[in-house]
Design a protein around this ligand. Structure first.
Ligand code: ADP
Length: 836
């Protein structure tokens, strides 16, 4: 039994063992399979790895080759060291720079720590060279642009760049031969210094010469200007025109040279003052208007009357700049129009940027020339036929820059050019001291018909009138259109430019006269070259006239006077046009203080020619003496005089005025060399305005007109138009410039409210209010009580004369009134001085 159990146990144990073995065999089989799969994967990975390594090695070799090729071909010397300072790479340039014979590859492996001996002969300061190498190696920072001198005089530039190589730091050294570049830079610097000092010398020389030449030239120009008013022979006049034209041109060019020299030498300063931008632009246009109109060009100022009344800036420089641009426009333009515009491009309460434009219809400038013309001495080839220096625009651009602005040109060949100046200004709400701009509502509520304004002028004229508050009915361009006249609504006034209507003025006048509407409407006539004289005005029946180029103040004043709103010359000097200075009732004396005899002679003549008396003082001390004893309508003084100069004299003059409680007399200063600091001193000394010598007679006249109080006119009252015209003509011939007309007593009273009248010539037999009645009414007004009235009549009886005297007439003339009678009358009235 026991044996059976044992056998059974043994059998079970055998079975367990067999199963365990079977299980182990199966596991072994599985593992063997896995092992096989892993081995296969491994060998695949291995293959891939080998491929990658091969590829990378290939790429590395390629990159290395490229680097070597690059380094070998670099135009500067390169040497790469490994971490043990053995040469790993260098190029041919390195060998040739340091005089190493053979192939650069022969140097590979060279120990750089052992090259001390070689280095000693190579560098100008070998010790320093070696020290620097040690320093750089220690710092391990890139260092570029180090200058090294060789013993043979060459100069190298070195760069040191540490690079990490095989776990240790290697280094790249770069060298470049800069000997030639350095020499060139030194030569250039030397040349620049020489040029600078030559330029300074040149500027000094230019300034001196220009100044020296300007003084005598100003005498030539002034004398020629005077001669022009005296010469009657046409050949002499032609020669004189030639002389004047050329003298003006030389003077202009010399002035440009002087200006340029001053700019170059940094002597040009901009000063600050308050000015009215509208007036400034209109002044520029007016001062060059005659030249443009003489050349057959249209010129006008197209300014925005909404611009601030006062802005801060250097009015004189700005004027100079604009004058330059307008002069160019006139010079280069053969036909068409020049417009000078001003408008605000950016404005807030305190500042305004004004865009000034000078546009012409001249030849235009090719795009490739446009940037060059602002360079000095540059002139476009085709422009060389007209005189010039090529400096104008470069001066303009210098001045613009100084004023904080910029200048540019927009132009197309064959279509004209527009020069644009943009300038920032601070706003000064109170405006300048003198008021020359009409108010924005000067013509408010008026409807005006405008006739004969040229195509180009239509826009600006409309803007001008609308800017003054008027409504404009514009006649279509071209021939006079009677349908337009017939369709005209009720108007307050008619402004016409006979040049633009393309019919003879007499025809135009007749048409207008015949026209129901316009006969009762006041006309204002625009003229280009010359105003009509009194007689012509009387014949044409147009009461007011205004000269081109139109300026807002003159237009506003003329229209206001025409429509009966005028106030005695309140809108500026233009109101009385050229008549301000001479005429009856005037005996104005100017004190002229000038030490230079030539200048004195020219100025004396010029002022005399304006119908003024001149009292001369040859220096400031004499001027003070004279001022103590007499009063003057105006003082014109030089600045630079020995002993008592213009400033000191002006101060003394103002003190005298205060001491004797005299009214303030205007003082105009004249100087050949007005500098920024002088302008301030002028103001401090009580000088009202200043002019630069040489001063064209037109500018002198304009300035004197502005400062001398206006003068009254002679009023002719006669119902017969022909007699009116003839009397007017005779008065003109007798030297009276400003004559007013009235055809009835009522009209006479009306005229006197609009214009200062110094003498009335009154027909005694007028329809409506009679002559004696008119005289009584005039004299009844306190303001007119002192106006002398002279009766005129065909009735030579004593009763007639007595009647006139009873009415308050101071004298009586029997018709026909001859020129001689008028001259005698003017003489008796103390007005004969102007009756030449
Ligand atoms: P200048 O007038 O003395 O020649 P500028 O410096 O004033 O010198 O002008 C340089 C050049 O620019 C002129 O020579 C001319 O070729 C050109 N230029 C200037 N203004 C005008 C213009 N309004 N129309 C055409 N070309 C002009």
């Amino acid at each position: 039994m026991e044996t059976m159990d044992e056998v059974e146990a043994y059998r079970r144990a055998l079975t367990r063992e067999r199963r365990a073995r079977e299980e182990a065999e199966r596991l072994l089989e599985v593992k063997a399979g896995e092992l096989y799969a892993a081995k296969t994967r491994l060998s695949r990975l291995n293959e891939e790895l080998e491929r990658t390594v091969e590829e990378r090695t290939h790429r590395l070799e390629e990159a290395h080759l490229k680097l070597r090729t690059l380094i070998k071909n670099l135009p500067f010397a390169v040497m790469v060291e490994d971490g043990q300072r053995r040469i790993a790479l260098c190029n041919g340039e390195f060998c040739s720079l340091f005089g190493v014979p053979g192939d650069p590859d022969d140097l590979i492996g060279t120990d750089c720590t052992q090259t001390g001996e070689y280095v000693k002969g190579l560098f100008a300061e070998p010790e320093h060279f070696l020290e620097r190498v040690e320093e750089l190696l220690e710092q391990q920072e890139p260092f570029l642009g180090e200058r090294i001198e060789l013993a043979d005089g060459r100069v190298l530039e070195r760069a040191f760049i540490p690079v990490s190589s095989s776990g240790s730091m290697g280094h790249t050294w770069l060298y470049r031969d800069i000997t030639e570049a350095e020499e060139a830079a030194q030569e250039l610097e030397q040349a620049r210094r020489v040029a600078e000092s030559a330029n300074e010398e040149k500027s000094k020389f230019l300034a001196m010469m220009s100044h020296e030449l300007r003084t005598p030239l100003s005498v030539v120009v002034g004398a020629a200007e005077l001669l022009d008013t005296m010469v009657t022979d046409s050949e002499q006049a032609r020669l004189l025109r030639l002389l004047r034209g050329n003298a003006d041109s030389i003077l202009h060019q010399i002035t440009e040279l002087l200006e340029y020299a001053k700019l170059e030498a940094g002597e040009t300063r901009v000063s600050e003052g308050v000015f009215d931008p509208v007036v400034l632009v209109e002044d520029v246009v007016e001062s060059l208007g005659t030249i443009a109109i003489d050349k057959g060009l249209e010129i006008f100022a197209d300014v925005d009357l909404a611009l601030p009344l006062g802005v801060v800036g250097d009015a004189q420089r700005l004027r100079q700049l604009l004058v330059n641009l307008v002069m160019n426009a006139v010079k280069f333009t053969e036909r068409g129009t020049i417009s000078v515009r001003a408008k605000a491009v950016h404005a807030d309460e305190d500042t305004t940027n004004i865009r000034y434009e000078v546009a012409d219809t001249g030849p235009g400038i090719a795009p490739e020339e446009q940037a060059k013309i602002f360079g000095r001495f540059y002139r476009v080839e085709e422009a060389r036929r007209v005189p010039g220096t090529g400096l104008g625009l470069s001066i303009c651009s210098g001045l613009a820059e100084m004023m904080g602005g910029g200048i540019s040109v927009e132009s197309e060949l064959g279509r004209g050019s527009t020069f644009v100046l943009e300038c920032p200004h601070r706003v000064n709400a109170t405006g300048p001291r003198e008021e020359h701009r009409p108010t924005r509502n000067a013509l408010a509520g008026l409807t005006l018909a405008v006739l004969g304004v040229s195509e180009a002028n239509r826009g600006p004229v409309r803007r001008l009138f609308e800017g003054l508050g008027a409504r404009v009915l514009m006649h279509p361009p071209g021939r006079l259109d009677s349908d337009w006249l017939d369709g005209l609504e009720v108007i307050d006034g008619l402004l016409y430019d006979p040049d633009g209507v393309m019919v003879a003025e007499s025809v135009l006048t007749n048409v207008l006269r015949a026209h129901e509407q316009t006969t009762s409407v006041p006309w204002v006539r625009v003229y280009g070259m010359r105003p009509l004289d009194a007689a012509q005005r009387a014949v044409l029946g147009s009461a007011e006239q205004v000269g081109k180029p139109l300026r807002s103040s003159a237009v506003a004043a003329a229209v206001r006077r025409a429509v009966g709103r005028g106030e005695a010359n309140a809108l500026g000097s233009d109101a009385l046009q050229s008549s301000v200075l001479s005429g009856p009732g005037r005996s104005l004396t100017v004190l002229l203080v000038e030490d230079d005899p030539d200048n004195r002679a020219v100025l004396e003549h010029q002022i005399h020619a304006m119908g003024l008396d001149v009292d001369i003082a040859v220096d400031g001390r004499m001027a003070i003496d004279k001022a103590r004893r007499s009063t003057y309508a105006l003082v014109i003084t030089d600045i630079g005089m020995p002993v008592v100069d213009g400033f000191a004299f002006a101060r003394a003059f103002r003190e005298l005025e205060a001491r004797f409680q005299r009214p303030r007399t205007p003082i105009i200063a004249l100087s050949a060399h007005l500098q920024a600091q002088h302008v301030r001193r002028c103001e401090e000394a009580g000088i009202d305005t200043y002019l630069t010598k040489p001063c064209p007679v037109s500018v002198l006249r304009e300035t004197i007109e502005r400062w001398v109080p206006s003068k009254p006119a002679v009023l002719v009252v006669d119902d017969a138009p022909d007699l009116r015209a003839i009397t007017g003509m005779r008065l003109s011939r007798a030297g009276v410039v400003d004559v007013a007309f009235a055809s009835s007593g009522e009209e006479a009273l009306e005229v006197m409210t609009t214009q200062p009248i110094g003498l009335v010539l009154l027909d005694m037999s007028l329809p409506g209010i009679s002559g004696p009645e008119t005289a009584s009414r005039i004299l009844a007004r306190p303001a007119w009580r002192r106006v002398p009235i002279v009766g005129m009549s065909g009735d030579a009886t004593t009763e007639g004369q007595q009647c006139a005297r009873d009415a308050g007439c101071i004298d009586f003339l029997v018709k026909p009134v001859t020129e001689r009678m008028l001259r005698t009358l003017l003489e008796q009235q103390g007005l004969a001085r102007t009756a030449t």
